[in-house]
Design a protein around this ligand. Structure first.
Ligand SMILES: C[S@@+](CC[C@H](N)C(=O)[O-])C[C@H]1O[C@@H](n2cnc3c(N)ncnc32)[C@H](O)[C@@H]1O
Length: 232
């Protein structure tokens, strides 16, 4: 089941600001390692034009500009609260960053990108919408362009799934998180149509990406990389 778009906007809008980093670090457990991996993978090909799907508060952009000061980043963000926090945060890069407050499903682009990435966003979409979006992402990439996708994973073996989730909940609560926030987030996550690592790779292949691979996995998180081949 998919969470309604209005609810998604409200849910993320409530975390706009520094509060977001506190909570995502609690709920992501290894969030910093995950985004460092994404920025590292992103830097391999020294991309000039980058698209970020669901930029949140713009913290990943800061890391990218440290490594790739000459890159240009287009950010798409559904929540107006999140988009305005990232505009403020990235003000010093304003000639290199374009933050568009829009649902990625309504985004159209004539511009083509060297790298497109998305972290912890696409899990919100139904499987059909994930597929529709991945097809569009391919068309927005230049030949040989790279897609990097960080995501919450599902594990089909429920014993493993429960083990990871119980451990996560314990760590989150021990870190001093508000019990109500923990319950709200875990209830929302139950509805997310998450994929397993294998299903993600299959889906990337199905929509035409070449060499999809999982390059970082920790418990319920994973980072994938796939390529659009020349001219295809
Ligand atoms: C968990 S946050 C991740 C933010 C950032 N990518 C990160 O890794 O910290 C998910 C973000 O995606 C945005 N989002 C969710 N659905 C979206 C959509 N359909 N189009 C654009 N942004 C979306 C949310 O508003 C939120 O800011």
């Amino acid at each position: 089941m998919e969470t309604d778009k209005k609810e998604i906007k409200k849910f993320y809008g409530a975390f706009a600001g520094d509060k977001y980093l506190t909570e995502i670090r609690r709920f992501g457990l290894r969030y910093d390692e995950m985004i460092e991996t994404i920025v590292d993978l992103l830097s391999i090909t020294s991309p000039k034009e980058i698209l970020d799907i669901g930029c949140g508060i713009g913290n990943i952009e800061e890391l990218i500009f440290e490594k790739l000061p000459n890159s240009k980043i287009t950010c798409i963000e559904l929540s107006s609260e999140m988009a305005s926090v990232s505009k403020e945060r990235l003000i010093k890069f304003q000639n290199k960053v374009n933050i568009i407050c829009q649902d990625i499903l309504n985004f159209e682009s004539k511009q083509k990108f060297d790298v497109i990435f998305s972290n912890l966003v696409i899990h919100n979409l139904s499987i059909a919408k994930k597929k529709e979006l991945l097809k569009k992402i391919r068309t927005w990439l230049k030949p040989n362009g790279i897609f990097i996708w960080g995501e919450f994973m599902d594990w089909k073996d429920k014993e493993i799934d429960k083990h990871f989730m119980d451990y996560r909940k314990k760590v989150i609560l021990e870190s001093g998180a508000d019990k109500k926030i923990v319950e709200d987030i875990l209830v929302k996550e139950e509805k997310d149509p998450r994929l397993t690592v294998i299903e993600t790779i299959d889906l990337l292949r199905k929509v035409g990406f070449k060499n999809p691979e999982v390059l970082w996995v920790y418990s319920f998180l994973a980072v994938f990389r796939a390529r659009k081949m020349n001219g295809k």
